[in-house]
Ligand binder design. Structure first.
Ligand code: AMP
Length: 280
């Protein structure tokens, strides 16, 4: 696997591959790679000739300084994992390579950045769009792969791509879970054994939502699952919402298409998010 720290070198290298007719698949990450990340790379390998993974803990998307400082950075392990699945290129820049003091970014995001995660983490999606735009400009991928785990992020990036007319096909990849159902996340390593057990309430809530879906109305589902989450031990629910998966607005009935239930909670000091889509 070729490793690049410099954007210009990567840009030049990819230009050469493009001129040979190769397609580029891109998987942006913040590292501390787990099977969820690796599944994105595997799906990219099905679609594109050359796969670029980036590892960059993007400071502008963190609104909590401690979270940024504590974010795991096991770079050597990550490189081994990427090599083991034959990723072609890794882009792993320093912060100074991606930002300079004159950087400014503000993008209208059709209110997507003011709800759910955006409401709890002000500025988060401005930071996400800022870095993804920079990475797209450097890599110019034909395809970019994102996890359903961060569904709102996928909606935000889809909006940006449409609005700025960026020529890339976005691919949404399914959530990879631990055996017991917990959605894989780089932050899960910080859960104490008790919190790890308690965190299962999120998956159990979503499973309950799926099981009850046919027999209950949206408002009944909202009430029942919310009360389940509120009474679950050791977790502090932040939100449980039922949205139309396409419009990403609160669902009032089951009719309009696929439905997504989204949940966020604090388990100890760790925030956990998860979701489940009920296809039409
Ligand atoms: P992150 O490193 O957390 O920024 O995630 C990088 C990419 O991996 C994002 O597109 C995430 O949605 C995706 N991802 C994270 N966790 C999972 C998971 N458990 N299953 C599938 N994709 C995931």
């Amino acid at each position: 696997m070729k490793i690049f720290n410099r954007k210009q070198a990567l840009h030049t290298y990819l230009d050469e591959l493009r001129s040979q007719g190769k397609t580029i698949g891109f998987v942006p990450t913040m590292g501390a790679l787990h099977a969820g990340h690796l599944s994105l790379i595997e799906q990219a390998q099905q679609k594109a000739d050359i796969i670029v993974c980036s590892i960059f803990v993007n400071p502008t998307q963190f609104n909590d300084k401690k979270d940024l400082e504590n974010y795991p950075r096991p770079v050597e392990d990550d490189i081994k994992k990427l090599e083991s699945i034959k990723c072609d290129l890794l882009f792993i820049p320093e912060v100074e390579e991606m930002y300079n003091s004159s950087d400014k970014w503000s993008m209208e995001l059709d209110n997507l950045d003011n709800i759910l995660e955006g409401k709890i983490r002000p500025g988060h999606y401005q930071g996400v769009t800022q870095i993804v735009k920079k990475l797209f400009d450097i890599i110019k991928p034909d395809f970019a792969f994102f996890g359903q785990k961060d569904y709102q992020q996928f909606m935000v990036i889809s909006y940006m791509v449409k609005k700025l007319r960026i020529k890339v096909i976005l691919v949404l990849c399914p959530i990879v879970r631990e055996k017991d159902g917990l959605a894989m996340s780089s932050r899960n390593i910080y859960l104490s054994p008790q919190d790890r057990q308690n965190s299962l309430a999120l998956f159990h809530a979503l499973s309950k939502f799926r099981d009850l879906y046919k027999s209950k109305s949206i408002s009944q589902l909202k009430t029942e699952i919310t009360s389940f989450l509120k009474s679950a031990p050791g977790i502090e629910m932040e939100y449980f919402e039922i949205f139309n998966a396409k419009s990403f607005e609160s669902a009032t009935s089951k009719r309009p298409g696929s439905i997504i239930a989204l949940v966020a909670a604090k388990v100890g000091s760790i925030r956990i998010i998860d979701n489940m889509i009920i296809e039409k």
